[in-house]
Design a protein around this ligand. Structure first.
Ligand code: BGC
Length: 396
């Protein structure tokens, strides 16, 4: 139970039901009235329909500084996030689609909440309390099958139930999903509540809490693709990255950690001080060859930002936008958008080319259920899983 923070049951939040204080109800996907800069608000609308006809809502959170986060009930997905650059110009810094249809027909996990187990499980198998479980093998890097991001119909492809709320200097949405016992091969009925909160301090906080009626394994992960330039046609190789980690987890050709915990010193994996991502991404280094670039987990050193572990600092030098990430989790996956290959058309008709966005996913170790050295990924009845991730935005 090393990695699981036990917390009290979900605190009742002041829920503001149907809080369309800017006249937000519509069926066209966008609130009728957009929040004006400086007007903190939370509104909801219908984003689109699921294949069975069920409505998927979209919530718009706006803060005192004009930032806006849009979150849909489908996949508990962050649809967009606008942040100011050094001149105060707001732009969306995430990859995604304009419509629900885009997310329904593509599987790049843009902005999604992934689970039950985010990242990979070797061969789609794990043993818990002496019983072996078999999951879908829906990914095969290096031609080696594995289970990725919860399987064929993971948390990113189900409809969550959203309820907005307003708090002191912040507003957000709670999204709940009850995953039945056996879904995607995982044991236990798992109830997960994901909370997105946008604060007036320009933080986007993502939290996941989960309880199960039987022992299970999980690793619920937020999977936004970031390009802080606000121009999704540009490469993230120009971004500067710091990772607060002395070690990373080398993988085999199937991107499964080997069990070794390697020092980053004197390798292209060393981001202890800020480095331009493109500087070493093509280096003749085994891990980078296997990952087709950066696609690894780094073990966080435990340097603190309040109670949380400092995880990452990302900066786009051109626009001056900075995003820092802190978390209660032990590791962070830095994925450099290596599998983006110009085959997906996203928001505004932009074709997402190679390395035009990156993911920084706080989490437990990949394949933790099969790695005795990893922090435990087991959740038992009566315990509460809690994952907190704070994205703080600024510009310089
Ligand atoms: C993984 C990548 C994978 C991507 C899919 C990332 O979390 O590290 O290997 O291709 O998710 O979106």
């Amino acid at each position: 139970m090393k990695s699981l923070t036990l917390v009290l049951p979900l605190v009742a939040m002041s829920v503001l039901l149907s809080s369309c204080d800017n006249g937000g109800e519509s069926t066209g996907g966008e609130p009728k009235t957009e929040p004006v800069k400086g007007a903190q608000s939370v509104s909801e609308a219908i984003f689109g329909q699921m294949p069975d006809g069920a409505d998927a809502k979209i919530f718009t959170l706006a803060n005192a500084n004009g930032m806006e986060a849009k979150i849909t009930e489908y996949g508990a997905i962050l649809v967009s996030l606008t942040t100011p650059d050094k001149n105060g110009t707001l732009a969306d810094v995430t990859h995604g689609y304009d419509t629900l249809e885009g997310w329904l027909t593509n599987t790049s996990y843009f902005g999604a909440t992934v689970g039950r187990f985010g990242n990979r499980i070797a061969d789609g198998k794990f043993t818990l309390d002496g019983k072996e479980y078999t999951l879908a093998t829906n990914n095969d890097p290096g031609g080696i099958p594995c289970h990725l991001h919860g399987g064929i119909k993971g948390f990113d492809k189900v409809l969550w139930k959203g309820e907005s709320f307003e708090g002191e200097g912040a507003r957000g949405v709670n999204l709940t999903y009850v995953s039945p016992d056996g879904e995607e091969g995982y044991p236990g009925t798992l109830t997960t509540v994901v909370t997105y909160t946008l604060t007036d301090k320009n933080e986007l906080i993502w939290e996941a809490r989960a309880t199960s009626d039987a022992p299970t394994v999980l690793n619920v992960v937020h999977h936004s693709y970031w390009n802080l330039s606000g121009d999704a046609t540009t490469s993230i190789n120009d971004h500067e990255l710091t990772l607060y980690a002395e070690h990373y987890l080398p993988t085999d050709a199937g991107l499964i950690p080997t069990g070794q915990v390697a020092s980053v010193a004197e390798t292209p994996m060393d981001f202890r001080s800020a480095h331009v991502i493109g500087e070493r991404v093509e280096a003749a280094f085994e891990a980078l060859k296997l990952g087709a670039g950066y696609d690894h987990a780094w073990v966080l050193s435990g340097e603190k930002d309040g109670e949380l572990n400092k995880a990452a600092r990302l900066k786009d030098p051109e626009t001056g936008r900075v995003m820092t990430i802190s978390t209660n989790q032990p590791a962070i996956q830095f994925y450099g958008g290596n599998f983006l290959d110009g085959t997906v058309t996203g928001k505004g008709g932009v074709v997402y080319e190679h390395r035009t966005a990156l993911c920084l996913e706080t989490e437990n170790y990949p394949d933790a259920p099969n790695n005795p050295e990893a922090p435990s990924a087991v959740l038992r009845a009566g315990e509460t899983y809690y994952h907190k991730m704070v994205h703080a935005f600024s510009a310089e």
